[in-house]
Design a binder for this molecule. Structure first.
Ligand code: PSU
Ligand code: MN
Length: 310
């Protein structure tokens, strides 16, 4: 595994020493996924949701070239509020570190760093995946290939319909990334409770999820990531008609403006937030808070099992 030089925040360092459950959190969601100034408030709320469920939050990011697991409030504020914070996938970490950059970690980079830090559970909103038109553009998030080789459990609400959901599920299968529905056999579509795709496996409790992770570690036959897909209750989802309209507009605008590469995901997220006049933001926040709570419950259940620490 990659050997990162990591600085631990005080709360996380204490938790590691005492063997208490820790949940990793990403920072790209804060810097590039949510609009200011709500992003900083939400980042703090996510951490509070983890604490309320009995675990310690470890928000991961790069500050002045230093990789931090457990950003303190000043560091979180800096990544949330300053311009020029880079979006860091795994391949960018060493470069950002050597150049002394500020950067926010994606699901891929957060997973790699969390695993290197011995953290087994990670909460986010939505995973990156295969983009529409990927057969022409080859645009597939490094989140997928990283999860193929990284022992981490990612609690998320599936992937956004800005992506090709079916292709993303196919790639997860090919890459050997396990997908567990939480109390559902339907893959969630982030803003939408049901993406239209089914899942083979489901767990009904944090304890059951922890049992799967323990079995995975014990068997040693599957070394990749596990996705716990946690859907929004149907009465809390974004209005599907508004969703479909916004998505179609966003994709058309992206094409017109020639947006490509790592700018694609932030562009579409920001289109949703402005075009729905905050409705998608409220749903987005609910999703993240629910995932943070579930991830903390799973980390607590894991820590309570004799064979494996969270
Ligand atoms: N999907 C979301 N919200 C997000 C992201 C994805 O619904 O904020 C962020 C995550 O950090 C994810 C990254 O890892 O975007 C994926 O970017 P890309 O498609 O460039 O790999
Ligand atoms: Mn991409």
């Amino acid at each position: 595994m990659t050997d990162f030089h990591i600085r631990y925040g005080a709360e996380v360092a204490d938790a590691r020493r005492d063997g208490r459950p820790v949940v990793a959190l990403e920072s790209t969601i804060v810097s590039h996924g949510l609009p200011r100034p709500d992003n900083l408030r939400v980042a703090r709320e996510i951490e509070q949701a983890v604490r309320a469920a009995g675990a310690v939050p470890a928000t991961i990011g790069m500050v002045g070239g230093e990789l931090v697991v457990g950003l303190d409030d000043d560091q979180l504020t800096r990544l949330a509020s300053t311009d020029g914070v880079a979006k860091l996938s795994v391949r960018d970490l060493a470069i950002a570190s050597a150049t002394g950059a500020d950067g926010a970690t994606t699901v891929a980079a957060t997973s790699a760093v969390a695993a290197a830090a011995g953290i087994g559970v990670f909460a986010t909103g939505g995973l990156g995946g295969v983009h529409r038109e990927a057969s022409q553009t080859f645009d597939e998030s490094a989140d997928l290939t990283t999860l193929a080789r990284t022992p981490i459990t990612v609690v998320c609400a599936g992937v956004k319909s800005i992506l090709d959901v079916g292709a993303t599920l196919e790639r997860l299968e090919t890459l050997g990334v396990a997908v567990l529905g939480y109390r559902t056999h339907r893959f969630p579509g982030f803003f939408i409770t049901d993406s239209g795709f089914g899942l083979d496996w489901s767990v009904d409790s944090p304890e059951q999820a922890a049992a799967v992770l323990t079995a995975q570690a014990a068997h040693g036959a599957h070394l990749g990531g596990v996705i716990v897909a946690n859907p929004l209750p149907i009465d809390e989802q974004l209005d599907p008609a508004l969703h479909d309209r916004t998505l179609a507009e966003g994709l058309a605008r992206m094409e017109r403006e020639g947006v490509t590469g790592k700018a694609v995901t932030p562009f579409l997220l920001s289109h949703f937030h402005s075009a729905t006049e905050g409705a998608s933001l409220a749903v987005n926040v609910r999703i993240i808070l629910r995932n943070a709570t579930l991830a903390a419950q799973i980390a607590v259940a894991l820590a309570a099992r004799p064979s494996l620490a969270g």
